[in-house]
Design a protein around this ligand. Structure first.
Ligand code: CU
Length: 334
């Protein structure tokens, strides 16, 4: 077993950091006063997140339901081996035709018959075992971001009709991803062979309404440019079917940029600011902003809550990309 890496420098923190205390106006209190105030705060701290149900009329389109995908985390089949947790995932490369809008259908290459593939989730130090079977009609592979030996790096093509077992330790904690690494990788990712891979820190993050958003593009006419874009697989879905969240509820967004053919895009949230946990590899935020730039495969955890009800947009601030399908709404329930 590989040894767990050291934590990022300077990130050994308790639940409240100095900045949060300053915001709460208690950092300057005497030790006794500060302790009492902290105890009061800790007692009032919510222990569970309030998460609205998925609207009953949220449609699935070509087997893709982005409202379901947004909060769907696959923890695998859990067993114990030699005193440690093993999480086994069954992933299958396949093809499916997806109706991207009323005029455009697209032949996706995907994992488990959905785009994006399942969001795999583990805790730091678990053993990950991925039973990968390729029924996609082409050679594919699964390349995981994280720490692992070379033979588990997923750059070797797995031929159609064959299988491979990827096995490695879930290290380090953070917001990671997996994708096919067969050349041309841009095409294999652009066709839909990617997903999120979340490794939680050993001591879990505070309760929050956790939502994942993967930005991606579709090159529908093979000109090596994207004509359509989407959050979680389906262009414009969240404009017609906003993601419900509750007012004053901490939301933890897991955001990944998988848009090929563009060097970078931004992610922008309306009428709010979010705390940024870069690559999900810290327990305290590094900045607070309302727009963040992300290169291909870059991903961050963003946290916020809304103080007012209503509908609020999120989208890349490359507005042509937003207007070609990568745009959505949160419905804040007062
Ligand atoms: Cu592939």
């Amino acid at each position: 077993m590989a040894e767990l890496p050291d934590r990022p420098p300077g990130k050994k923190v308790g639940y409240w950091n100095r900045r949060q205390l300053l915001q709460l106006g208690i950092a300057g209190l005497g030790v006794a006063g500060g302790t009492i105030a902290l105890q009061n705060l800790i007692q009032k701290r919510p222990t569970v997140a309030r998460i609205p149900p998925i609207p009953a009329d949220a449609p699935s389109i070509s087997n893709i339901n982005p409202l379901q995908i947004a909060r769907d985390f696959d923890y695998g089949k859990v067993t114990r081996e030699n005193g440690r947790t093993v999480r086994e995932f069954r992933l299958e490369a396949s093809n499916s035709i997806v109706q991207l809008n009323s005029a455009v259908t697209f032949n996706t290459w995907n994992v488990n018959n959905r785009v994006p593939g399942p969001t795999l989730r583990a805790t730091e130090g678990d053993r990950i075992r991925v039973l990968f079977s390729n029924k996609g009609g082409h050679s594919h592979s699964l390349h995981f971001h994280g720490l692992h030996p070379t033979e588990m790096d997923g750059i070797k093509p797995i031929r159609n009709g064959t299988a491979f077992i990827y096995e490695f330790d879930a290290i380090p904690y953070g917001l990671h991803l997996y994708h096919c690494h067969v050349a041309p990788v841009t095409r294999h990712i652009g066709k839909g062979l990617y997903g999120m891979f979340i490794i939680d820190p050993p001591k879990s993050r505070p309760p929050a309404d956790e939502i994942l958003l993967i930005m991606a593009g579709y090159d529908v006419n093979d000109d090596e440019k994207n004509e359509l874009y989407a959050f979680n697989g389906m262009p414009n879905y969240y404009m017609n079917n906003p993601i419900p969240i509750y007012k004053n509820q901490l939301v933890r967004l897991y955001v990944l940029n998988m848009i090929e053919y563009e060097s970078a895009v931004t992610f922008h949230l309306h009428a709010n600011f979010f705390d940024v946990y870069r690559t999900g590899m810290t327990l305290t935020p590094s900045e607070r902003t309302d727009v963040i730039t992300m290169g291909v495969a870059e991903r961050h955890i963003l946290e916020f809550s809304y103080g007012y009800g209503g509908k609020y947009m999120f989208h890349p601030h490359q507005d042509a990309i937003a207007e070609a399908g990568c745009m959505g709404l949160f419905q804040v329930i007062a």
